[in-house]
Design a protein around this ligand. Structure first.
Ligand code: GUN
Ligand code: ZN
Length: 429
């Protein structure tokens, strides 16, 4: 394998920024370099230092003046919803029943799955997203296609066969037993193969019987290293229906807790309308509240309360939630997160936003040793961002003088055009 040196302005976070100007939270090198060997970052620092220690024959790629960062991480997205995005609906349940549960039925077909697996990863990479945690469809074949394509591209991807055994069209339902068996088969086939990670994926309480949530809980006990992904407290009607279906539960969060699904491995999509009790229980369990800003606005679900969530000590993540979300871009997503927090009375610092999309999301996934930073030993999943990518950005860039201002410009005006180069395990895509 060749040794490569990437030269550019390097930015990598070391902790969650606590203020707008928390300079202790990151390492930034104006003339920085990353040495890449065997798909990993073997050294990071100033160009002068890294160049001096680089082996003879190292290929040097000069990305100046671009900003080199760890690839973006999208911890909540739906693989079978590329053709659901931009569907006109009044709310979550109407959107699910009218469009989503219709479209997902097409993933019974292996050719369809294979075609969309290619399109899906093409699009993620175009946007600078190098890791995602995706819901596949109920069909085992959708997870097989997803992981086969991720393996071919040597991507670090997380995914799971969706478990759903009620309140959906018949072709889109499994059973408690078959969902257990199929998930187990997906784990045995793919977990730990290449860079793949399988997640236990009960869709949400409405589409799972108690027996199925028990099966998911059994899987969680049998495979304690696996992530668990589900939806929680997204929409008022969803919450009311959930409590009708689970009358003994204290609240929505309790439904998952009772079935052994609330732990530090749990990724709870949306988590918008939570009581203090629910936040306390989630914090205690160490589970993650995944903010999905474009989706929450698009479906009119509500405004995620980041300040309150943090005050309760709940771990956080940020994600696109395509196809409920309206952009694949983490940059666009950060912008919408900022605007939602403006309405919530929290002035979300750009440093905290970029931490969240990289190191913060990696921590949420329990993968910070491998992704989300530019530290030596990390996998070399790297993006090069251009804060002058468009005429509007270029003109605004003239007046930017600090890193925080540049990040704010990137999140406010940036999109896929901003992502000029992507490396996956050290290889240019
Ligand atoms: N709740 C259950 N399924 C879904 C889904 O596919 N998207 C969103 N946004 N919420 C859900
Ligand atoms: Zn979702």
């Amino acid at each position: 394998m060749t040794t490569r040196l990437l030269r550019g302005r390097t930015l990598s976070f070391v902790s969650r920024p606590q203020a707008r100007d928390d300079h202790e939270s990151y390492i930034y090198e104006e003339d920085g370099a990353l040495l890449i060997e065997d798909g990993k970052i073997s050294a990071a620092g100033t160009y002068a230092d890294i160049k001096r220690t680089a082996p003879e024959g190292t290929e040097i790629i000069d990305h100046r003046p671009l900003l080199l960062m760890a690839g973006f991480i999208d911890p909540h997205i739906h693989f079978p919803q590329m053709q659901v995005t931009a569907s006109y609906a009044a709310n979550l349940l109407e959107w699910l029943n009218t469009y989503t549960f219709v479209e997902e039925q097409r993933f019974a077909d292996a050719d369809h799955c294979a075609r969309f697996a290619k399109l899906f990863f093409d699009e993620l990479l175009r946007q600078g997203t190098t890791t995602a945690a995706a819901y596949c469809s109920v069909h085992k074949g959708s997870a097989d296609a997803y992981f086969a394509e991720a393996t071919r591209r040597n991507l670090l991807m997380i995914g799971g066969k969706v478990m759903m055994d009620r309140n959906a069209p018949e072709p889109l339902t499994d059973t408690a037993q078959s969902s257990y068996d199929d998930t187990k088969a997906v784990i045995e086939s793919w977990h730990g193969k290449g860079r793949n990670h399988v997640a236990i994926t009960p869709r949400f309480a409405i589409t799972s019987t108690a027996a199925q949530l028990d099966a998911a809980g059994t899987l969680a006990r049998e495979y304690p290293d696996l992530l668990i992904q589900t939806h929680l407290s997204e929409n008022d009607a969803e919450i009311a229906y959930t409590l009708e279906l689970y009358p003994d539960a204290k609240d929505y969060t309790d439904v998952y807790a009772r079935h052994g699904l609330l732990s530090e491995k749990a990724l709870l999509g949306h988590a918008i309308h939570l009581s203090d009790r629910e936040m306390a229980v989630i914090a205690e369990a160490g589970a993650v509240a995944v903010h999905c800003p474009t989706s929450n606005l698009f479906l009119g679900s509500g405004l995620f309360d980041l300040k309150r969530i943090k005050q309760h000590g709940v771990r956080t993540a940020i994600a696109t939630d395509i196809g409920g979300g309206s952009s694949y871009s983490l940059l666009r997503t950060l912008d919408e997160a900022y605007k939602i927090q403006q309405l919530r009375g929290y002035r979300l610092p750009p440093l905290e936003n970029f931490w969240q999309a990289t190191r913060g999301n990696a921590e949420a996934l329990g993968l910070v040793e491998r992704i989300g930073t530019l530290e030596a030993g990390s996998d070399a999943d790297i993006i090069a961002l251009d804060s002058s990518a468009t005429p509007a950005m270029q003109i605004r860039r003239e007046t930017v003088s600090t890193l925080e201002e540049e990040l704010f410009l990137l999140q406010t005006l940036g999109d896929d055009r901003t992502v000029r180069q992507v490396y996956v395990a050290g290889e240019a895509v």
